[in-house]
Ligand binder design. Structure first.
Ligand code: AMP
Length: 407
């Protein structure tokens, strides 16, 4: 089935063709028809499967066909856990709905209110928002969600993790009972199910790749590397694949900054993105990455969800995540839609239990990237980082001593 065969507005079809969306992805194939039929949907779909368009396409189509002239309140509310997601999803709505009359806005905190209020006062159809700023604006009377037709909860599992349960319940008090609800989560747990059943009614349940939560079109590999040597391996890869785009995940903000500095020392340009950087600047950094102006983004798990960069080639787990689930989200940054991606993890001795936890969670062993002792040493020796010289000396003296094996 192709999008051209769907019973949706030609204005949307034309735009999808321009975007290069010809065939629906799995989740789109399973969800769109039910949403068009007016049913509630509860979908478990991992990141990168095309789930945004799975709800954006039918919602835009229905809003467009049921045009409510003169009504200025919100008709579809999309609740998301992070500002980055609000920005990204509103962007997808605006792009898919470009030729329609449907207006979408991404609302979030951390930026000035005035401009946002002006946009709301002018009237819009779809609001994509994080909970905090939305409640501020409802209480100030700038936001009316009382006649909502659609409620979408996206990345509901992350919303619960971030403590938004009460906010979701509060939203329920402001919106009509008669509405269509679309509930999306990347993972499923008892808590998620019970939340879902308080918001959806007789929902169609859809699950994408339940047994293997890691997107199918990603090649995974792990390299066993000493903690102190990771930067040399990163340098080696980034220099070898200069023209490719990388996202590199590290455990903490401090480590992110250190890696960026280490790469700078060896002449590799990269940028840091983490929660310690101001929101406005974070968007600018993301835009530079999206446009390809910067090819290497070094980040914490803050950015492991919500970034959609279609051209991204590699995910590097410089540090393995403490939480196995985050491995899936990180790797979801590559191999998006129908594209192929690669994920390489550096695993130190101390991180082996984390690797086991990831393999237990995904149910699949990650292929080991074999590095011979000679290659390993070559990578260290090839580094342009002067700080490695002492190691070269040590290495040399070990070989001369005949103690190479212990080293
Ligand atoms: P999402 O899971 O919604 O973040 O989407 C992941 C990526 O897949 C995005 O880069 C979309 O542009 C892309 N995508 C979504 N649907 C399709 C489709 N039907 N054909 C090609 N690419 C798609």
């Amino acid at each position: 089935m192709k999008f051209s065969d769907y019973n949706i507005s030609p204005l949307i079809k034309e735009q999808l063709a321009i975007m290069g969306f010809n065939k629906p992805t799995d989740i789109q194939f399973k969800a769109i028809k039910h949403i068009l039929d007016g049913e509630d949907v509860m979908a478990v779909a991992q990141t990168g499967t095309g789930k945004t368009a799975a709800f954006a396409i039918p919602v835009i189509d229905k809003l467009e066909s049921r045009n409510r002239k003169g009504y200025k309140g919100i008709r579809c509310l999309v609740m998301v856990p992070t500002r980055e997601l609000a920005k990204q999803i509103s962007g997808v709505f605006n792009e898919i709905g470009k030729r329609t009359r449907i207006k979408t806005f991404g609302l979030f905190g951390g930026v000035e209110q005035e401009q946002q209020i002006r946009t709301l006062d002018n009237g819009l159809d779809v609001l994509v928002t994080t909970p905090g700023r939305m409640f501020d604006l409802i209480s100030q009377g700038h936001l009316d969600i009382s006649k909502l037709e659609f409620l979408v909860l996206d990345e509901a599992d992350l919303m619960l993790d971030l403590g938004f349960m009460k906010d979701i319940q509060d939203v329920m008090k402001h919106i009509p009972n008669r509405r269509q609800t679309l509930f999306f989560t990347a993972t499923i747990s008892k808590k998620i199910k019970s939340l879902a059943y308080t918001v959806v009614r007789e929902a169609i349940r859809i699950q994408i790749s339940p047994k293997n939560p890691v997107a199918k079109n990603i090649d995974h590999a792990v390299a066993f590397v000493d903690m102190d040597d990771k930067r040399f391996f990163l340098e080696n890869i980034l220099k070898e694949y200069e023209e490719k785009q990388f996202i590199v995940f590290a455990r903490t903000k401090v480590r992110v900054e250190r890696i960026v500095a280490a790469m700078q020392r060896v002449g590799v340009k990269s940028e840091a993105l983490h929660g310690g950087i101001e929101q406005k600047e974070r968007f600018v950094i993301l835009d530079r990455f999206r446009s390809g102006e910067n090819k290497v983004l070094i980040t914490t798990d803050v950015a492991s969800r919500g970034i959609d960069i279609p051209t991204m080639d590699y995910v590097i787990n410089y540090d393995l995540p403490d939480d196995a689930e985050n491995y899936v989200h990180r790797c979801g940054r590559t191999g998006r839609g129908n594209k192929k991606g690669q994920a390489l993890s550096f695993c130190s001795e101390a991180e082996k239990p984390l690797l086991e936890a990831i393999e237990a969670y995904t149910g699949e062993e990650i292929e080991q990237y074999e590095i011979s002792k000679d290659d390993y040493m070559d990578i260290l020796n090839d580094s342009d980082d002067g700080s490695y010289d002492w190691k070269k000396l040590l290495d040399k003296s070990n070989i001369e001593d005949g103690t190479e094996d212990e080293w």
